[in-house]
Design a protein around this ligand. Structure first.
Ligand SMILES: Cc1cc2nc3c(=O)[nH]c(=O)nc-3n(C[C@H](O)[C@H](O)[C@H](O)COP(=O)(O)OP(=O)(O)OC[C@H]3O[C@@H](n4cnc5c(N)ncnc54)[C@H](O)[C@@H]3O)c2cc1C
Length: 366
């Protein structure tokens, strides 16, 4: 690759957000380069690996068009399908809900997104870290400089454009998880209470074994580390541990603006995670499609890049607003002692809890 080569769009990060931007921008005929520090992208795993099925996504995000075109999860990336979600109280009792979910092989899922974008003409530069972005230049840690008409920050919660050019802060919740052999549950499970203060723990059964993990808010954890909570929860379950990973989930919802001049943020870097349930993969892809299409219309027809924010608000504004509100309510509620939660999570509140988790209005007025 020649130094100072000019691209229509340079995308930092080739996860679900970046690869989806690349797919749609390349489909619009643009020259697109994705730069990722990892090689291969998606590895090592950092995920609970749960996404709603396309049908469930259509119910959760009714204003998002053409979901079947956006989410083309290949069979080899699906480890298990489930139709049941169980919310488990501190006393171990569960409340069951209908929920269609796919437990992924996330590494295969992200690989498929890379292949799809590449099939549209996007190019990838892997194993290269972006050190800095200045004006239209992207500087790599090996000294190479590349130039782009539009530069997209899809580098997750630590994205270099977000860090340097946006002052707004997000709440990043630390998360740990493990893959364990064995049969641990017949449903997707979310556990609340002192098991994961300010967050939740999960068990997502795979074709073989489960993905088990949790996230906490440090302010609610009474000085105990995430490691202690994670060991305590994960060690409850029998079976050999085949992998352990960690990461951060941005949980304050989207930031106020995603566009500054020729810079755009998408996915985790823009806070595109639903805070009431931690869903980030599909949401990053919804943002990625809008961003990719807008970049293509910007380069081809002069459309204002700010159109990206307008289209996001039309498609996801109310879902994100409800999810943020539900997270704030949950934040108060899940600080209660376990005995209060055992009483508060009951048949009468069951509907409200589910509305909160699935980003609908919890109460009539708000
Ligand atoms: C432990 C854990 C469990 C989760 N579980 C779920 C779940 O079950 N379901 C769900 O929907 N979501 C889950 N999430 C959230 C989900 O993983 C993210 O929301 C999603 O990956 C966001 O996609 P992204 O493309 O924005 O970022 P990422 O997937 O993080 O991709 C960012 C990419 O940018 C690259 N990058 C970063 N900085 C640079 C740089 N300076 N130079 C070059 N490359 C760079 C990285 O290498 C990476 O490949 C979980 C997150 C964590 C941490």
């Amino acid at each position: 690759m020649a130094e100072e080569e000019y691209w229509d769009a340079i995308i930092i990060g080739g996860g679900p957000a970046g690869s989806t931007v690349a797919r749609y921008a390349a489909e619009g005929g643009l020259s697109v380069l994705v730069i990722d520090a990892r090689d291969p992208i998606g590895s090592p795993l950092q995920c609970g690996e749960l996404v709603p099925t396309n049908e469930e996504m259509k119910r959760l995000c009714p204003n998002v068009p053409e979901m079947d075109d956006l989410f083309r999860t290949p069979e080899n990336a699906i480890s298990n399908t489930s139709k049941k979600m169980r919310v488990v109280k501190p006393n171990g009792m569960g409340m069951e809900f209908d929920f269609e979910g796919l437990v992924l092989d996330r590494v295969a899922h992200d690989e498929a997104l890379v292949k799809l974008a590449a099939s549209k003409g996007a190019e990838y530069l892997l194993g290269n870290r972006v050190k800095r972005v200045e004006e239209d230049s992207v500087l790599l840690s090996n000294g190479v400089k590349l130039r782009g008409r539009v530069i997209v920050g899809a580098g997750g919660h630590n994205d270099p454009i977000r860090k340097r050019y946006w002052s707004e802060k997000s709440l990043n919740i630390p998360v740990k998880f493990a893959l364990k052999d064995g049969n641990h549950s017949d449903a997707l499970e979310l556990h609340f209470g002192s098991v994961a203060p300010g967050g939740y723990a999960w068990i997502f059964p795979k074709e073989s074994g489960s993905n088990i993990g949790l996230g906490i808010q440090r302010g609610a954890s009474k000085g105990k580390s995430l490691e202690v909570y994670a060991n305590h929860f994960i060690d409850r379950f029998e079976g050999a541990e085949t992998f352990r990973g960690a990461g951060y989930l941005p949980m304050s919802g989207t930031i106020r603006s995603f566009v500054k001049g020729k810079y755009m943020l998408v996915g985790d870097s823009a806070g595109m995670v639903l805070p009431s349930n931690g869903a980030g993969i599909t949401i990053a892809m919804i943002g990625g499609r809008i961003a990719g299409e807008v970049i293509s219309e910007h380069i081809n027809d002069g459309l204002d890049l700010k159109e990206y924010e307008k289209r996001w608000k039309i498609q996801m504004g109310s879902v994100m607003r409800n999810s943020k509100r539900a997270f704030r309510i949950g934040n108060l509620m899940f600080r209660f002692p376990d005995w209060v939660l055992n009483i508060a999570l009951n048949r009468l509140t069951k509907g409200m809890i589910w509305r909160a988790v699935t980003c609908r209005r919890v109460f009539w007025l708000f």
